[in-house]
Design a protein around this ligand. Sequence first.
Ligand code: HEM
Length: 422
Amino acid sequence: MAEAEPDFYSDSEVVAHPKPYFDMMRAKCPVAREPHQNTMMVTGYEAALEILTSKDGTYSSLTSVVGPKPPLPFTPEGDDITELVEAHRTEFPWSGHLVCFDGETHARARALLGSLLTYKRLKANEDYLNGLADKLIDGFIDAGTCNVVPDYAHATTAYAISDILGIPEEHRAELLEVIGPVPSQLEGDADYKIGPDPLIFLKERFDEYIRDRQENPCGDLLSDLANARFKDGSTPEPDLLSHLARFTYGAGQDTTSRLMAMAILILAEDAELQARLRTNPDQIANFIEEVLRFDAPVKCAYRLALKTTEVADVEVPAGTILNISLMAASSDPEHFDHAGEFDMDRQGNRDHMGFSKGSHACLGAPLGRLEARVVIERILARTSDIRISEEHHGPAGDRTFRFEPTYSFRSLADLHIEFDPA
Ligand code: HEM
């Protein structure tokens, strides 16, 4: 019965344990409507891939971040709502940010930002990251315990993205405070989070960075962005540049820190795996890929059907919000052998949906991978045995982990570990 089905968008049990929910939906059909928000859950790998890589204007990314909440600002009518959506575009949350752009506007802005995240910059960031990770470990190594989320993972990602952008050192700690904890989606977001620009609180600061770097470029990524041109030589509006900068700053933090925390949780539960990676640090990259498949930071991305269409033989009327369940697709047994098992030796280990696919696939994936690798490398090198703190999470076989109350992300609220220094 429909009423017995948990509500993906408000049930805290689903937040804590999303996989049984996704398995239940996939068993019904890889594309199936849920009764609470009337979204279509896309839990099959092939169906998700088809939608994410569609290029003919059938789908919009306008709902990419928040999905059905708040509801559409209009009532969809007919088999093609493209014009209606354009008329209301600026009313959608996040609409000023790259991840919600469509078509040519998206391609131009993405090319602009993508050209700046170069190998050279990542390489320079790697050196910084190694020093940063060690400095953070120095802060807790003697205690033999730490809370991974604030003490290690979040601090690393916040400082790393600040470094790569070129945010002045004296602003970094303050910005870390301003960005604050992950907001609750389950109890309703704060007003600014459902307005057109949830990163509005960073606007003044980032507008100023762009203005300043246009006048005084200094070789950092913000300078390159401030002075970038579209491929046809035309000049982007400063407002777009400021949006791109603050989205990069925001997108580059919580996602990666969630990946690190989940990776450390999996390691702390598996002494053999730790030993293997300590002996073979070159295998850490494969380990990270499997974490991205097995339990990734972004549970779902959303698309809005602009035209009535069909996916996996299921009719999708125009105006439908599709929940592309990246986590479900990454554990689809039709696509992955022994999908429910953690196996870092699997073939084709970048086939997961952890960074999404298609034209909006994560632009920061190389940076996210690099940061996670360095953080895992350093903590393994500096410790000889990492364990989950029973005091905080209970005994083996009966652990409790708290997750942030969000339906879009998979976000450990804290992770207390104990370890022996190396
Ligand atoms: C492990 C860490 C990360 C994960 C799991 C992740 C995940 C994702 C996902 C799933 C999307 C696609 C959303 C969609 O299809 O609608 C995305 C987009 C994006 N991510 Fe990441 N991300 C990570 C790290 C980063 C970092 C470090 C940066 C910054 C350098 C970044 C910048 C972006 C940008 C700019 C987009 C928008 C791309 C577009 O719309 O064309 N991400 N990310």
